[in-house]
Ligand binder design. Sequence first.
Ligand code: AMP
Length: 280
Amino acid sequence: MEIIRDPRQMHERAMQIKCSETTLGFVPTMGALHDGHISLVRQCVNDNDMSVVSIFVNPSQFAPGEDFDKYPRSEGKDTLILENENCDIVFIPDRRDMYFNHLTTVRMEGITEKLCGKKRPGHFEGVATIVSKLFNIIMPQRAYFGGKDYQQYIVMKKMVFDLNFNVEIIGCPIVRESDGLAMSSRNAYLKPEHRKTAPALYRELKRGRDLLLEGMEPEKVVEKMKDRLKDIKDLKVDYIDILTGSTLQVPSENDKHLRIFAAVYIGETRLIDNIGVELE
Ligand code: AMP
């Protein structure tokens, strides 16, 4: 497995790969890899002749006061995992190389202000900018994104369409712990007592899905879910929203592919999750 740190060197290598008509898949990550990331890597390795995984804790997607400094970093362990998963290239750029005298951002309107964008202004701008840069450096045919960050996945799909990136965006299912908690690098922040509380989020999403399937109105379902969650110690709801799955819009009566999105704080830790609902 090659480890490349210099963006120019990564680009040259990607050009060589492109000239050899080899399909190149790409998985962007911020490292601290867990089974959720690994599921994306496996799918990528399976679908493509060659795979690149990037590890970069992207400062521009963290707002001031967020956890950029304390975000878990484990490069040595991550590269061992990736080698075992038959990844071909790990791209680990330096922050100074990626953002040298940087004046440009990629901004999207309409779907980035809602859900996670409300509490994290500038977050999706940071994501869209870094992923655009990574796409230009690596030039993959396919890129893999996890369903846990579903809004990010939709933002990526819209970005490649709007900006004519020649990359297929592939969404992958959410990988969960055995008690239902969606895997996340941030789960490491949870205190033991809060870790026990955390599966309540997915439990409530499933209850919400059942209520929608029974025919309850989305607004009522959101109310019920918030009502149940408010009684859980140290849990504070950030948002619960029910939107259309492909366009993230408020659903009309005719919309059948819905998704429930939720973010909660458990203690100091913010967790997000979502679930799809297919109405008859
Ligand atoms: P991150 O390192 O948090 O930026 O995540 C890198 C990629 O892994 C993103 O596309 C995430 O959506 C995906 N990912 C993170 N956690 C999970 C999970 N539990 N299941 C599936 N994909 C995930």
